[in-house]
Design a protein around this ligand. Structure first.
Ligand SMILES: [Ca+2]
Ligand SMILES: [Ca+2]
Ligand SMILES: [Ca+2]
Length: 252
């Protein structure tokens, strides 16, 4: 009798694990959700308060070259302009209008505490249509470095379409034009271990454009970490799933 009750309980647990939509896929928790984050457009030094502590954002370098896009106001701004094929997902939009090819802006993100598994998507890493090196041409070049206690932690990149974006070490280089509402310039960014800060430098390939590159932009997606329960939940679904099949098999 006791055993039977245990089995019933186990079957219920299995059903719950198998039937709960989030249980068997890689769930994640948003650390910074741009759809809800309190962000001041154009602000170069600000803090986003999160359930994971305060996260600081500081912009340095040629910040006078940070530009507007349409009616966005001076970036960095949070909007839905560069978010791939999504229509509702907000991202942090950086738009750079350099006067010389060697200008860059660096975003330094400082976390209150070290986080393992921090990841986000970059959007619209691409290049101007004309493929020339003439005035007004541009490309997106992004370099990302993670740090833990001042020690370098390499970023890793999952490029959606290598025809559009080339990765090399800590650098991503847009090599083809991608529509602002397309996913072709998406890159998933992660780090080789826990980090307590990272730097994202946004610039353009120095030898691509001879003079006065055009205005170009990228979107930085919400920051996420894997849900701690995910591994357990997945194992529960997988482990008990075979038990469940056995039970079903017996009944058939
Ligand atoms: Ca772009
Ligand atoms: Ca584009
Ligand atoms: Ca320019």
């Amino acid at each position: 009798m006791k055993k039977t009750m245990k089995q019933v309980g186990l079957s219920l647990a299995v059903l719950t694990a198998v039937l709960t939509p989030g249980a068997a896929r890689a769930a994640s928790i948003k650390v910074v959700d741009w759809n809800t984050a309190n962000w001041t457009g154009g602000g170069l030094n600000q803090t986003v308060n999160t359930g994971f502590g305060n996260i600081g954002f500081n912009f340095s370098g040629d910040t006078s070259r940070l530009a507007s896009f349409g009616s966005s106001g001076r970036t960095p701004v949070v909007n839905t302009t560069l978010n791939g094929s999504s229509s509702t997902e907000k991202t942090l939009h950086l738009q750079l209008d350099p006067t010389t090819a060697n200008q860059s802006v660096t975003m330094t993100t400082t976390l209150d505490r070290a986080l393992e598994g921090l990841n986000f998507t970059l959007y619209d890493i691409d290049k101007s249509d004309d493929n020339s090196t003439s005035k007004g041409s541009w490309n997106d070049l992004v370099e990302i470095k993670g740090f833990l206690n001042g020690q370098l932690v390499n970023a890793n990149f999952n490029v959606l379409d290598p025809n559009n974006v080339v990765k090399s070490g800590s650098t991503l280089n847009g090599i083809k034009s991608v529509g602002n509402d397309a996913d072709g310039g998406n890159v998933k960014v992660g780090f080789g271990g826990a980090i307590d800060s990272f730097q994202l430098t946004f610039k353009q390939e120095a030898n691509l454009v001879n003079d006065d590159p055009g205005s170009h932009g990228i979107g930085i997606g919400s920051f996420a970490v894997p849900e701690p329960m995910t591994m357990g939940g997945t194992m529960l679904a997988l482990g008990l799933g075979s038990y469940f099949k056995k039970k079903v098999g017996k009944n058939a």
